[in-house]
Design a protein around this ligand. Structure first.
Ligand code: AMP
Length: 214
């Protein structure tokens, strides 16, 4: 069961993905999280990715597909994956379709979270992220501990460099120009479930599960 979770930055993909992956019984593969892990560990890949991420641009397709190819080679990914933030360009999409197709596998469905740009800006610029475990908070609606630490692991909670307003605008442009066209390519291939991403976490989760018949 290979499922794609689509949606602009700040549409709630990361928040919804963990519960959905668990319910589907497949690993959650988030390319953004993998890049951030490399960044924290200071690997060559992390240094390369940072130069794109800090500007709100996509990491080159070859680098990203290579990374996903390695992840898909791990045993737990053989039967399915919930992709979050991948593919993000039409070349990445066709790479994935070809990669799965080579072993007789295919995409089962797409969950497309829809949120208006104005709502996204408020969500992302208020977003705060744990430097250690990646837990996310919101400066106003869901703050971390009073001393600025993570309620889950106690590490520092900060604003991601690419969550500032200027970078978010660039990420939205990248989404519209490079990522959204993937959906047009998928229309005749794979069932697409358009989900209203505005609402409480449980409410949106309920909509996703209902659409997938879970
Ligand atoms: P995310 O956490 O999914 O919002 O991703 C953060 C940043 O990581 C993006 O703005 C890109 O710079 C990079 N990134 C994540 N996934 C991809 C991908 N599939 N292709 C290219 N760049 C990506």
């Amino acid at each position: 069961m290979f499922v794609l979770l689509f949606g602009p930055p700040g549409s709630g993909k990361g928040t919804q993905a963990a519960a959905l992956a668990e319910r589907l019984g497949v690993p959650h593969v988030a390319t953004g999280d993998i890049f951030r892990k490399h960044l924290r560990e200071g690997t060559e890949l992390g240094k390369l990715a940072r130069s794109y991420m800090d500007r709100g641009q996509l990491v080159p397709d070859l680098v990203t597909c290579d990374l996903v190819g390695s992840r898909l080679g791990e045993a737990d990914a053989a039967g399915g994956v919930l992709f979050d933030g991948f593919p993000r360009s039409v070349p990445q999409l066709y790479w994935l379709i070809g990669h799965l197709g080579a072993t007789g596998r295919s995409l089962a469905s797409v969950v497309n979270l829809q949120v208006a740009d104005e709502v996204i800006l408020g969500r992302i610029t208020g977003r705060r992220t744990c430097t250690n475990c990646g837990a996310t908070y919101h400066a106003v609606s869901a703050p971390p501990n009073a001393d600025g630490t993570c309620a889950r692991c106690g590490s520092a909670v900060v604003q991601r460099k690419d969550d500032t307003e200027a970078v978010v605008q660039d990420r939205l442009v990248a989404y519209a120009n490079q990522t959204f066209p993937c959906l047009e390519q998928l229309v005749d291939r794979t069932p697409i479930h358009n989900i209203d991403g505005v609402g409480g976490i449980e409410q949106v989760k309920g909509r996703i599960f209902a659409a997938l018949g879970l």
